[in-house]
Design a protein around this ligand. Structure first.
Ligand SMILES: *[C@@H]1O[C@H](CO)[C@@H](O)[C@H](O)[C@H]1NC(C)=O
Length: 230
């Protein structure tokens, strides 16, 4: 009698655990297939984009910050890099690090699918803004704030006419604001403050639309919205 009950209990226990195991694997199955597809078919980095990123890393003296940028791995998995579904690099975000030295490689201009660049708060990042950056006509967001960049704002900055946000503030940029900046008609905000810029502010586009603060603390900027040039 007792052995019979035990056997029934055991059988029930087995079928119960089988039941739960089935439910568990079924929900796991459903969960995996409900994940967004990029995690299933991870984007493979475009070879040209990878080569450009490795040049950027080298120009930053192979900063420890970029340790995940290992040539033997898919660059779409690297820290600070975002790719689209076809493995083209769309975003680059390198910021807040006092150990990054060197400069921004002109190879940044070889990442044609970039729409977002945030290279920000790297106080030892020196050199100039590479003019090749003006080839990146898909850019909507460009922030190069709080680094140690010097030299001029690239003359052809106006090519980046999809920009809604441009911030080159708090560097040591010199020269004047390029005339082509009047072509940046999609800007919702821009920042030239805290540099050594000088000369007449070009008139037109959005350059007179956001008051005087985007021009604060430069060397000798003049013209609207600041005081007339002498
Ligand atoms: C900033 O750049 C200048 C050259 O323009 C250089 O002399 C200086 O050492 C740099 N500062 C830092 C903190 O890297």
């Amino acid at each position: 009698m007792r052995s019979c009950t035990t056997q029934i209990n055991k059988k029930m226990a087995i079928s119960t655990s089988t039941f739960f195991r089935t439910i568990l694997s079924l929900s796991l199955f459903l969960f995996v297939f409900s994940l967004p597809s990029p995690s299933l078919a991870a984007a493979k980095c475009n070879a040209n984009d990878k080569a450009a990123l490795l040049q950027i890393k080298a120009a930053m003296n192979n900063a420890y910050y970029l340790a995940s940028w290992d040539p033997n791995t898919d660059c779409c998995s690297w820290y600070d890099v975002t790719c689209d579904s076809s493995g083209r690099v769309t975003r680059l975000e390198i910021f807040d690090d006092t150990d990054v030295t060197g400069s921004i490689s002109p190879a940044i201009g070889n990442l044609p699918y970039l729409n977002f660049i945030d290279i920000n708060a790297l106080p030892k990042l020196s050199g100039s803004i590479p003019s090749s950056i003006t080839k990146l006509t898909r850019l909507t967001f460009l922030r190069l704030k709080g680094n140690n960049l010097s030299g001029p704002i690239p003359t052809a900055i106006g090519n980046l006419n999809k920009l809604t946000f441009l911030d080159v503030s708090s560097n040591s940029l010199s020269g004047s604001i390029p005339a082509s900046a009047t072509k940046l008609t999609n800007l919702d905000a821009f920042h030239f403050e805290n540099n050594n810029l000088c000369g007449a502010i070009p008139q037109g586009g959005k350059l007179q639309s956001f008051g005087t603060s985007p021009y604060d603390n430069n060397k000798c900027l003049c013209g609207a919205p600041l005081t007339p040039c002498k």
